[in-house]
Structures are given as C-alpha cells and as structure tokens.
Design a protein around this ligand. Structure first.
Ligand SMILES: [Cu+2]
Length: 174
C-alpha cells in the first residue's frame, strides 16, 4: 500500500510511451481485422449461392382452358436464367392438378410425340419459353374446371434456385 503510488507512477511513466504504441497497434489490428471482415463479405457476396428466385425470373405463366375435370394440360411459362450456371426445372406443384411431369416433344419419323423427362434444362444466360410443341410441364388430372380468366398459384422447383411460386392464368385455348 505504501509503495503503491510510486509503483503506479513508475508504471505510468515507463508504460506511457508503450501504451501509446499499444493503442496504435490495437487500432492497426482493428483496421486489419475490419479489412479482413470486409474482404470476407466481398468474397461471400461473390460466391453466395442463388436463393429462391435469385437470377431466375419467371413470367407469362399460363395454361389453356379446360372446362371439364380430369384433363391433362400443358403449363407454359417463360424462364429467364440470368446466372452464369445452367439451371434445371425439377418439379412443379399446382393445386389444380393431381400430378405433373416434365415433357419434351420428339420429332422423328411419324407424328411428334410427347415424352416424359427427368428435368427441363435452362442454359446459363438464356431464356426458355415452354411450349406445347417443345419443353413444357404437363399437369395431369385436373381437379377443377379451368375457365379463361381464372388464376392459381404453382410452385416450381429448380435445381439451384429452389422453389419459386408463380401465378398462372387460364387462357382461352388457341
Ligand atoms: Cu406434354
């Protein structure tokens, strides 16, 4: 207790310069730490995986009118892939149909024929328009009358972007 002030004074006097340099070092360390954090954020932003809908845009989703229940109808939608990697449409769930399939249309000898496929590819940086005569989703066994103007929501599941909900419009069959 008796030498306390002397020691603290000595400590102060001899630690004063080093305390300053420690503080300076601390600031440098904090700044370095922050720059590491910022660099990490930039890297994270550059490599963040596509979340639902990111880089993938769905538009103009429609089905042809089907007044009687139990029909199989194509779901047509425009899919824009703005990412630099290929995508694939894996599954579709619509409340108005019991099942769905991915279809392509084979054109060999004879009449064009629809064929079920595991997924529909969407190339990087491309726009794919689903058509009854090309890639499309087939909604099987409609559960309710689909009159022109009616709307419903479907969930489309993509390989990388995950689930995206889209509103679908019933249009007069062409
Ligand atoms: Cu089909």
């Amino acid at each position: 207790m008796s030498d306390q002030p002397a020691r603290s004074k000595r400590d102060q006097s001899c630690s004063a310069p080093s305390e300053g340099s420690v503080r300076g070092g601390l600031i440098v360390a904090v700044l370095r730490g922050l720059s590491v954090v910022f660099a990490a954020i930039v890297v994270a932003m550059a490599t963040v995986p596509a979340s639902a809908g990111e880089g993938l845009t769905l538009s103009d989703a429609w089905v042809p009118a089907a007044p009687e229940v139990g029909r199989d109808i194509p779901l047509l939608v425009t899919i824009r892939n703005d990412t630099t990697s290929p995508e694939a449409l894996m599954r579709v769930r619509c409340p108005i149909a019991n099942f769905s399939e991915r279809h392509t249309v084979d054109r060999g000898e004879g009449a064009p024929a629809m064929r079920s496929i595991p997924n529909i590819p969407i190339a990087a940086g491309s726009t794919l328009v689903l058509l009854p005569t090309a890639y499309h989703v087939m909604l099987l066994q409609t559960r309710e009358p689909l009159e022109p103007g009616k709307r419903f929501t479907c969930t489309i599941v993509f390989q990388k972007a995950g689930s995206i909900e889209t509103e679908v419009e019933v249009r007069k069959s062409p």
